[in-house]
Write a protein that binds this ligand. Structure first.
Ligand SMILES: [Zn+2]
Ligand SMILES: [Zn+2]
Ligand SMILES: [Zn+2]
Ligand SMILES: [Zn+2]
Length: 397
């Protein structure tokens, strides 16, 4: 198994200790969740603690502290462990399909570490698209080098954040078929990418992109708790470094709201969605983006059991759906309204009837537009059945 930490070969850049700890969110001694205002950090090894008592406990164990510092610090050790695990998992998940295949980058079957190739894209057939993770990582780093003039070892404050987008393509999409890497490959490369660029200053565009890529792949893995501190830190950085980049701030805020929602922080998510929704209505009027954010906002309110608030938003955005009945966005939007009606434990017969009426045609429309086997179509059929059941039960009660 190739070492994740030597993925870039002998000549690869040495990662430096990250400029801020994002993953160490629990006390290393007592495992208590760290409140950032009171958290303390060992200056020597970067281990973090809930307070003085736990820090003193750590100070009494000089050997552990020395070893941790020698291995690059607590945050880097954590990142190496996570990255190595994702790396091994990605290679193992492709074994069946990729064993014995030739890497299209280095033309070898196994790499220096004895790893097979992987394939996680839209390439098909017996030979297309197989590559070693280490080769994909080196290729991605090379693309970045070639597309950004000057030495990528320098700070790139002058490169505005979105401008480096295409330069980082290699990290998230196959260079042959141009489709995004699947979950396992994306996660392995996400950790490798972040590890490579994390030593750069926080307001460096490349570091921000690496942070975005990794947090996106953590969300695909359903590890929202790990993605949360990364996105919070990213949003703070983007606001500070690119205060005029409204699009990026909106995008990152929406991303953070989604992570909050999935970490059971509905109120925090609802606050952001409300802001975004109102901002979009002001910026572009009730367009598709406003309606899409509105449906996320409504779903968050439902999760927070604020059904009346959710219905109010649902009734506003459903207007957009009525004007665009065949858009897949409309299906989500109408579902938000239906959910706000039938999921309310205090729903009246009229509410339940309205829920069924507004959504009645959606499964058939989705079947026509997306296909009957599409997972969304299946979900809509199930959701409508639940609303109908709630209505039938209320009627017979
Ligand atoms: Zn503690
Ligand atoms: Zn220490
Ligand atoms: Zn290779
Ligand atoms: Zn491909």
């Amino acid at each position: 198994m190739a070492e994740f930490t030597t993925a870039f070969g002998q000549d690869g850049p040495e990662p430096t200790r990250p400029s801020s700890a994002m993953f160490l969110t629990a006390c290393a001694v007592c495992a208590k969740a760290l409140n950032n205002d009171e958290a303390r950090e060992c200056e020597k090894c970067g281990t973090r603690f809930c307070g003085e008592t736990c820090e003193n406990d750590h100070r009494a164990q000089a050997k552990i502290c020395d070893d941790t510092a020698e291995d690059g610090g607590a945050e880097l050790i954590h990142i190496n462990q996570k990255g190595r695990k994702a790396w091994e998992h990605a290679v193992a998940s492709c074994t069946e399909e990729a064993v014995g295949k030739t890497c299209y980058i280095c033309m070898e079957i196994v790499d220096d570490g004895g790893d097979n190739c992987v394939r996680g894209c839209a390439c098909r057939g017996d030979s297309a698209g197989f590559a070693h993770l280490s080769c994909l990582a080196q290729q991605a780093h090379g693309i970045l080098h070639a597309r950004i003039p000057g030495d990528p070892g320098e700070n790139l404050y002058e490169f505005a954040y979105p401008l480096i987008g295409p330069a980082i393509d290699g990290w998230h999409m196959c260079q042959i078929c141009k489709s995004p890497h699947t979950k396992d490959i994306a996660t392995a490369l996400g950790w490798a990418c972040f590890r490579l660029y994390m030593g750069r200053p926080e307001e460096d565009g490349i570091r921000c992109m690496a942070q975005t890529l990794l947090s996106n792949s953590l969300q695909k893995e359903d590890t929202y708790q790990e993605a949360l501190p990364m996105i919070e830190a990213l949003l703070a950085t983007v606001r500070r470094a690119w205060p005029d980049n409204t699009d990026e701030i909106i995008q990152t805020s929406a991303n953070l709201a989604n992570v909050y929602k999935n970490c059971d922080k509905e109120e925090e998510a609802a606050t952001i969605y409300k802001d975004l929704y109102e901002q979009m209505l002001t910026l572009h009027g009730p367009d598709v983006q406003a309606a899409a954010v509105g449906s996320n906002y409504a779903q968050t309110l439902i999760q927070a059991e604020r059904f009346a608030d959710a219905r109010a938003v649902g009734r506003e955005i459903v207007q957009w759906a009525h004007r665009n009945p065949d858009s897949p966005h409309s299906f989500h939007i109408v579902k938000a309204l239906m959910d706000s009606l039938y999921k309310d434990p205090n729903a009246s017969v009229d509410d339940l009837r309205e829920a069924v009426e507004v959504f009645e045609n959606i499964p058939a429309t989705s079947s026509r537009v997306l296909g009957s086997a599409h997972p969304d179509t299946k979900n809509y059929e199930k959701a409508l059945a639940k609303a109908k059941k709630a209505l039938a039960e209320k009627n017979s009660a």
